[in-house]
Design a protein around this ligand. Structure first.
Ligand SMILES: NC(=O)c1ccc[n+]([C@@H]2O[C@H](COP(=O)([O-])OP(=O)(O)OC[C@H]3O[C@@H](n4cnc5c(N)ncnc54)[C@H](O)[C@@H]3O)[C@@H](O)[C@H]2O)c1
Length: 249
């Protein structure tokens, strides 16, 4: 299996979960130093032969094509693709620079497109293929100050559904999860910058706590498993109930 954005956060947690379950795991990220450090730790836990590292930038066609080629050669095929590479930018919507708009869209949405496109021919010949895209609360809620991020994450659900409809006939299941506030570096950057207020967030989450990365990775493993064999084109919220809460009074 191949996971992008695997140097840290949700991508690394998902890689660890699949590794512990016996998958041979390819970790990809553009941050090569962090990627190598993450892989070193993981090799100790799941064995040196079960982890392969490829430095790759999901915004570049050639880099993604080389990544999928390397992953397939190393593992002898490709069964699961998890698109977790992502970036966020925060600004008032009328001040978003075109560069920022394009770069966020190009990682979060374009990256998933490029990886899925490159992986298709390999997944098609796999006995049990699936793709998982990592959306966000921004996939389903309007969240001020995060216009390119929310547009990219909303688009990711359209990409998920379209690929699921088109590739289901080949047995390739394509699903998305939409995590709520999960305690990772990306979320902490929002707290540190003052863009997020932890007490307000906790008040807004019915379970009154942040999510942990392991609460995402377990669902990712399930979605790739035979137990999820008829789940295709679905979006699964993992947000402690944030998006179903109607307590607005
Ligand atoms: N943490 C949360 O609360 C949360 C909530 C909802 C959704 N998400 C989504 O989950 C995914 C992972 O988030 P995270 O919290 O682990 O973030 P993170 O910032 O900790 O990790 C993201 C990783 O993606 C990599 N990356 C960025 N651009 C890349 C590129 N062009 N090519 C290759 N790798 C690239 C980064 O180097 C980093 O290692 C993201 O798509 C994010 O939008 C996170």
């Amino acid at each position: 299996m191949l996971v992008t954005g695997a140097a840290q956060g949700l991508g690394l947690s998902i890689a660890e979960e699949f590794g512990a379950a016996g998958y041979r795991v390819v970790l990809a990220d553009r941050n090569e130093a962090a990627l190598q450090a993450a892989a070193a730790g993981m090799r100790e836990r799941v064995g040196p032969d079960n982890v392969h590292v490829v430095a790759a930038d999901v915004t570049e066609d050639a880099s993604v094509d080389a990544l999928v080629q390397s992953a397939t050669s190393w593992a002898g095929g490709l069964d699961v693709l998890v698109n977790s590479a992502g970036v966020i930018a925060r600004a008032p919507s009328d001040e978003v620079a075109t560069d920022s708009w394009q770069s966020v869209l190009d990682v979060n949405l374009g990256g998933a497109f490029r990886c899925a496109r490159a992986a298709f021919s390999r997944l098609r010949v796999s006995p049990y293929p699936s793709i998982l895209n990592i959306g966000s609360l921004g996939s389903v809620l309007g969240m001020p100050m995060r216009l390119p991020y929310n547009a990219s994450k909303t688009g990711l659900l359209g990409l998920t559904r379209t690929l699921a409809a088109e590739w289901g006939q080949f047995g390739i299941r394509v699903n998305a999860i939409t995590p709520g506030f999960i305690d990772t570096a990306m979320m902490r950057s929002g707290l540190d910058s003052g863009a997020l207020d932890e007490q307000l967030m906790l008040h807004r989450i019915p379970m009154r706590r942040l999510g942990q990365a392991s609460e995402i990775s377990g669902v990712a493993l399930f979605l790739a498993s035979p137990a999820a064999s008829y789940i295709n084109g679905a979006t699964i919220p993992i947000d402690g109930g944030t998006t179903i809460d109607g307590t607005f009074f």
